[in-house]
Design a protein around this ligand. Sequence first.
Ligand code: GLU
Length: 461
Amino acid sequence: MTTLQETKPTKEMLNAKEYVNNVFELVKQRNSNENEFHQAVKEIFDSLVPVFAKKPIYMEHGILERMVEPERMITFRVPWVDDNGKVHVNRGFRVQFNSAIGPYKGGLRFHPSVNASIIKFLGFEQIFKNSLTGQPIGGGKGGSDFDPKGKSDNEIMRFTQSFMTELSKHIGPDTDVPAGDIGVGAREIGYMFGQYKRLRGAYEAGVLTGKGVGYGGSLGRTEATGYGTVYFVQEMLKDKGDSFEGKTVVISGSGNVSTYAIEKATELGAKVVACSDSSGYIYDKNGINLDTVKRLKEVERKRISEYVNEHTEAEFVEGCGGIWSIPCDIALPCATQNEIEIADAKLLVANGVKAIGEGANMPSTLEAIDLFLENNVLFGPAKAANAGGVAVSALEMAQNSARLNWTFAEVDEKLQEIMKDIYRNSVNAAEEYGHPGNLVIGANIAGFVKVADAMITQGVI
Ligand code: GLU
């Protein structure tokens, strides 16, 4: 990353750089063609050079070599029968990446693009994100290349039951706790929990998070990722004496993260003028009507283009990438990986964007991140900015273990505290290691150190 060039190349720095480069070469050799995984590893590795220069003990203990190799990676067949009696076979995955600080924890993604590279990039990032939350949770991720779009409820149920029949052999409240991600929401978690319970013959509430509030779920979990992203950006703005009040905001996506980011940003006085789905984006200069988006997406499961039938002043534009050409003060990418490429970043900067908060996982390419940092755009990286979701998942686990439920206000207050702590810890780590204000480096280091120290204490395993 460009930011590292500012650091004086001491002998320790050069050693650290060589170590990082060597391990990265190994990662590329061992995991050929896994571009998303390489990208996630590269971002972390570049950030960690100043840590290895200062604390060579991490190199001596082979921390990076161990961290990049999942403790376990499971791939399995998921056969299911559609409503017409036709047999389909999808591929299921679960990567159990790192359990140094707690049971593996991370969502399940159902999307046709899912493959080993996507699951590994997500699982790898989850290690550091989960550590940043301050909760005792390790890193994992899973999913399938199943496409939920256009499937009936019964097809979704049969698929998720088949998926869980195999996954159930590998998870448990103290070993591995999945949750949702793209394509996996309350409906899918409900079916999966039912199947797990039936197979186990026991009510292990803490085996999944994101459950309905009527059967062990936590109030505030649905809102947590979107709200958390806005709380994080609020902290970045506050440090500059600024706020969401009166700001124009563009938020990509229209799923769970995007929806609740729109809700909270609007509540804080911003005007959210655009959101999107994979077919295109809507622009509503009056501010997005969230009730319409929620009904279209959560209840009717329709395309976002339908919005303009009800709000005739709004426009629909085909192709979701164009959303970044809309001038805004704050951009919250909440759709998917690599949705902000360098050309999009240039447009955002040219149009005067002040802050970016990554609600999705790895939504900006490495080049786009560099451009934002070079132009002093406040940049909240995904591992920090979207950690609110998994943080409240950990609160759900805590409530399940204690067999009690907290109120929405209690959970929301804890979420706000957690997001503030993540911000503060990232700022402090960036400063301590010579990159003040760089939250990419700060968040990566703060997340890494806790896991690395636990790994050293637990021996070479
Ligand atoms: N999928 C979410 C994430 O990327 C949440 C994971 C969880 O709650 O376990 O962090």
